[in-house]
Design a protein around this ligand. Structure first.
Ligand code: ADP
Ligand code: MG
Length: 332
């Protein structure tokens, strides 16, 4: 099959939405934004063996490519609207591509975003780039730079799961992922904890609803893609602030705690990437944040406080601990 058949059969689905004036089929898409809102643009690329293991199914890859972008929209407090897809594949295997498209459209339907165009090419390895345009009420986007000393630091969901899940894939080492596989019990890869952890890597949580609810509540936000310690440091740096992080308060899933000893679990929660939870700061009452957690049925945990120190300082109870802050880096 050539790329035109691929596009027609797998990606060119009818769009019944009057925000899409011209969709797939012309040189470009024409979309109609709402008058009182600002446009938000995000893009993320997934490269085979850098961002995902070859063992990831095409459905999960399609879902994940959308979810990681939705997570950026969520971190800005935005509503996702339209997306484009640049797909580079090694061979035009119809079964693979249509499975990939199924996963992609599953995420698109779940989060109400429309595929309006793209590009399809051959390459030596699979590279998937999704771009999402979303919108926010004028002047209300949540930035990294708004944290103030005294604000509490929160995180949604649980941390470290995706890193533990990645290690459970065959050849689960990608990029500079450095999970000690010896701490993974490979004999029970099929059990429910292992399935949960793998799912957390394959189909990341995109906290789109919570992100929009945080507009006017969060002073700053970032999504946790490269590891909490590194991503929180970026937020604090952008805000010209420091922080105190209680590593004993990091939210860990039952599955992560069951599969790894305390030290390994905490390490993954602090530095493992790919969780796509939201880390945000807020001066709101804890009860208000708790209500939000209840509304969305997602735990939201206070993990520290913004300070006027120059650095992010980590504590286990009252004891200061040294933490390797650096998140994932592609170069150097
Ligand atoms: P052009 O030569 O103008 O770039 P193409 O022939 O590459 O156009 O693409 C034809 C149409 O199909 C365009 O509307 C483009 O946006 C869309 N398209 C191409 N690849 C994809 C894809 N993987 N997913 C969705 N739409 C795609
Ligand atoms: Mg053209």
């Amino acid at each position: 099959v050539n790329e035109f058949d691929i596009i027609r059969e797998c990606f060119d689905k009818p769009v019944t939405d009057n925000s899409v004036v011209v969709g797939i089929g012309d040189d470009g898409a024409v979309c109609r934004p709402d008058a009182d809102r600002e446009l938000l643009c995000v893009i993320d690329t997934l490269v085979a063996d850098v961002h995902f293991p070859g063992a990831l199914s095409p459905e999960d890859l399609g879902y994940r490519a959308v979810a990681v972008n939705l997570s950026d929209v969520a971190a800005m407090g935005g509503r996702p609207r339209w997306m484009t897809l640049a797909l580079s594949i090694v061979e035009s295997d119809h079964g693979w591509i249509s499975a990939f498209a199924d996963g992609l459209f599953e995420a698109a339907h779940e989060f109400d975003v429309r595929l309006v165009g793209g590009d399809t090419t051959s390459a030596r390895q699979v590279v998937v780039t999704v771009q999402i345009a979303g919108d926010v009420p004028q002047g209300r986007a949540i930035l990294r730079s708004g944290a103030c000393p005294g604000d509490s630091i929160f995180v949604t969901g649980t941390l470290g799961d995706a890193r533990a899940g990645l290690a459970l894939y065959d050849n689960g080492s990608v990029g500079n992922c450095s999970v000690d596989k010896c701490s993974v019990d490979n004999h029970s890869v099929g059990d429910r904890h292992a399935r949960f952890l793998r799912q957390r890597f394959a189909r990341p949580s995109a906290r789109v609803g919570i992100g929009q609810a945080l507009v006017g509540v969060a002073s700053a936000a970032i999504d946790v893609s490269d590891g909490l310690a590194g991503d929180l440091s970026k937020l604090l740096q952008a805000s010209g602030a420091g922080g105190r992080l209680q590593i004993n308060d990091l939210p860990l899933s039952e599955a992560l705690a069951a599969k790894h000893n305390d030290d390994a679990a905490r390490e993954m929660a602090l530095t493992g990437g790919d969780d796509y939870e939201l880390c945000f700061t807020s001066s709101a009452e804890l009860e208000r944040i708790q209500c939000m957690a209840d509304d969305f049925a997602v735990p939201i945990t206070c993990i520290g406080m913004v300070t006027d120190a120059p650095t992010l300082d980590c504590f286990d109870g009252d004891v200061a601990v040294d933490v390797e802050i650096a998140g994932y880096r592609h170069f150097g």
